[in-house]
Design a protein around this ligand. Structure first.
Ligand SMILES: *Cc1c(COP(=O)(O)O)cnc(C)c1O
Length: 501
């Protein structure tokens, strides 16, 4: 049976997975959702023996029903191989009674690689299936990690081009260096004066510009998104929760059917939504802990039922979670409103006009599996220190937000359900903050980023990843910085300039 997709804001038209992946955002501005969330019907006990690729096929084939077996296998094989620095692709590390799911073994040492290493394969396959011969232009706003992971995934992929915008002063030094040194004739990177939400709003405005879309089509170009709103990002992220469950079965921590909790450091709500989809499919996930940093818009939402972005934007030491508009929440609203696309469209209209909306009590009832919490920047650094002192394990700032929220939840509730913490970045991606946590004071302040990495290696014994050492001599290839208001003009110039000159 073919599974079709439609917008969260309208239940028609229905399109196959390949069309939804190719478009990214639905034409009405909504997000694509499957008509129903498919059930995982194979015995859970089998997950124990399955490799990452096998798990990926078992899960993704339920969603991408218009891909042939061969097509999907080729995408999976192309993505989950030598680009990762461990053959298992991801692994679980137990530390202090929690299981850290290390999702940072890909090329850009953050969890975005889990989905963005397969998205270009899904997209080029989808284009073939849809008979599209236009150049696919990936347009993306990034809070730091998506940008580089998308650049790495799409660089020099024939028939594609990629344009990335990042907040000039809102990403870590390593993140920025990773992006501005990106190779590939089809890549373009620009900083903007503004924060992530400004960048994301600018990108959404370009996608929403019907006239520009037509102009581009006339020039044989088609915009698509690699942001976490693309269903082709969400589906690959469901896989690793199944994979983690399989490892817990293998290790005898769980028996098939036993519950596990997950804790996810959250920004755009993509990663934790994938865990919730896994639960709806039948994976025994009990509680989903949504961990926020000082931009605690989601923690407040789960606490009160009111989403309110009218608040100061805080630049924190977990910059990939510095977000006040969590786009993927729209998919949860769709589900818990009883799939009421009119209601969702209404909430989103309120959000864009007033910056806030409040959901009904009934909808809140549908979200009771989510528990939320947040960590301040000080608590984040304290957690890195604590875990290293107590368990000898070094985590990055984002993972530390989740670890802190989990430790407090566990203490307050006494819930001893085995818990998987999504470990979303290598400590070497946020070396400055991690070092500040482990060696407070100004002692390391004068070190360069790469010297900081060497210092962290000396303290922790964890080898510096190749992704970081490779930055040492890489030349800067992108140095454009613009105002958010100039984004559209810049994209127009890049894509149509030559034709219009
Ligand atoms: C993107 C990112 C997050 C937030 O994930 P969402 O899916 O946007 O909620 C957390 N940690 C790191 C390191 C990230 O790159």
């Amino acid at each position: 049976m073919e599974l079709l997709y439609h917008s969260t804001r309208n239940s028609s038209p229905l399109v196959p997975a390949s069309a939804a992946i190719l478009q990214g955002l639905a034409p009405d501005g909504g997000l694509y959702v499957p008509q129903h969330i498919p059930a995982y019907t194979r015995p859970l006990s089998e997950l124990a023996g399955m490799s990452y690729r096998e798990t990926a096929f078992a899960v993704m084939s339920l969603y991408l029903t218009d891909f042939t077996r061969e097509e999907l296998m080729a995408c999976i094989d192309g993505a989950y191989g030598a680009r990762f620095d461990i053959p298992q692709i991801t692994r679980l590390k137990e530390a202090d009674g929690a299981w850290f799911l290390e999702l940072f073994h890909g090329e850009t040492i953050a969890f975005k690689d889990m989905a963005l290493s397969i998205l270009p394969h899904l997209m080029t396959t989808a284009a073939k299936k849809q008979g599209v011969s236009d150049e696919i232009v990936i347009l993306t706003a990034t809070s730091g990690d998506t940008g580089k992971a998308a650049l790495a995934g799409f660089a020099d992929v024939p028939g594609t081009r990629i344009i990335v915008f990042y907040p000039k002063n809102g990403v870590s030094a390593i993140q920025e260096r990773q992006m501005v040194t990106q190779k590939g004739a089809n890549t373009f990177v620009a900083g903007i004066h503004g924060n992530f939400d400004d960048a994301q709003s600018g990108v959404k405005a370009i996608f929403g510009d019907e006239a520009m879309r037509e102009e581009l089509a006339g020039a044989g170009k088609r915009l698509s998104s690699a942001n976490s709103i693309n269903i082709g990002r969400l589906v690959p992220q469901i896989v690793y929760y199944f994979y983690a469950y399989g490892r817990l079965l293998e290790d005898g921590v769980l028996k098939a059917g036993d519950p596990m909790n997950v804790t996810v450091p959250t920004g755009n709500f993509g990663n934790i939504l994938a865990a919730w989809y896994a639960k709806q499919m039948g994976l025994p996930v009990k509680t989903l802990l949504c961990a926020s940093n000082e931009n605690r818009v989601l923690a407040d939402f789960f606490g009160t039922g009111c989403y309110d972005r009218n608040r100061p934007f805080v630049l924190t030491n977990s910059p990939s979670m510095d977000i006040l508009i969590s786009s993927n929440l729209e998919r949860l609203l769709y589900a818990v409103s009883g799939e009421d696309t009119k209601a969702v469209a209404g909430f989103m209209a309120e959000l864009s006009s007033t910056g806030r909306y409040a959901v009904t009590e009934e909808m809140r009832g549908g979200m009771k599996d989510f528990v939320s919490g947040c960590a301040t920047q000080e608590e984040t650094l304290g957690e890195i220190r604590r875990l290293f002192t107590d368990a000898g394990y070094v985590i990055d700032t984002h993972t530390a937000v989740a670890s802190f929220v989990y430790a407090r939840y566990r203490k307050e509730t006494g819930d001893e359900t085995p818990t998987v913490i999504a470990s979303t970045a290598s400590p070497y991606k946020f070396t400055g903050s991690v070092l500040e946590a482990l060696e407070p004071g100004d002692g390391n302040a004068a070190l360069s980023d790469l010297e900081k990495a060497d210092r962290l290696c000396a303290i922790s014994g964890v080898p510096v990843p190749a992704a970081v050492t490779a930055l040492k001599d890489a030349p800067v290839l992108h140095d454009t910085v613009v105002d958010a208001a100039q984004m559209k003009a810049l994209v127009r110039g890049l894509l149509l300039g030559a034709d219009r000159a």
